[in-house]
Design a protein around this ligand. Structure first.
Ligand code: SF4
Ligand code: SF4
Length: 168
């Protein structure tokens, strides 16, 4: 099965597929608060990531079907786009969180909500368990219905952790 078959037949993105927008490594490691990762490689009529970003870090679309482009110098790691993206395709990862852990700011639309201090299972794009994490904050949405859960977990999974399973 080719990479594109996997993406467009199952919805699961492979780790190094086209369309993964990741921060420049030097900037990513140094930026307290984190930087956005956008995993939205398919042209679809959707743009809340760009229209919600208060910093203009997700460049304005010239066509509603455009895929997102990022100006990483402008990204503050605020995670507003994480809550705004209906495809759950935006994530913020803070590699400057600690020596051995990153802070993952992940969209969360399940119930019950986890609480600060909970231990959760961190999942990859296919739902596979990658690591255990600790909930550092649960951010209630202001405009959108999607919560953003902040989880500290090993930084080596920065290219893998994209969701959590609470209650385990
Ligand atoms: S994290 Fe904040 S600043 Fe960065 S792209 Fe998302 S909304 Fe914009
Ligand atoms: S809001 Fe999400 S799904 Fe829509 S274009 Fe932006 S990243 Fe893609």
């Amino acid at each position: 099965m080719s990479e594109n078959d996997l993406l467009f037949n199952s919805g699961i993105l492979t780790d190094e597929r086209q369309g993964a927008i990741r921060p420049p490594s030097g900037l990513w490691g140094a930026k307290k608060g984190g930087l956005v990762i956008v995993e939205c490689p398919q042209r679809i009529p959707c743009n809340p990531c760009a229209t919600s970003c208060p910093a203009g870090a997700i460049l304005p679309f010239s066509d509603i079907n455009d895929t997102p482009l990022i100006d990483y110098e402008k990204c503050t790691g605020c995670a507003i786009c994480v809550a705004a993206c209906p495809g759950l395709a935006c994530f913020v990862i803070d590699l400057a969180f600690s020596e051995d852990k990153a802070l993952y700011k992940l969209p969360y639309e399940m119930l019950p909500l986890p609480s600060k201090g909970d231990t959760v299972t961190c999942l990859g794009r296919g739902g596979e368990a990658l690591a255990r994490g600790t909930v550092e904050a649960v951010i209630e949405p202001k405009r959108d219905k999607t919560y953003v859960v902040h989880v500290s977990a090993p930084r080596e999974f920065a290219n893998g952790i994209r969701a959590i399973k609470a209650g385990v």
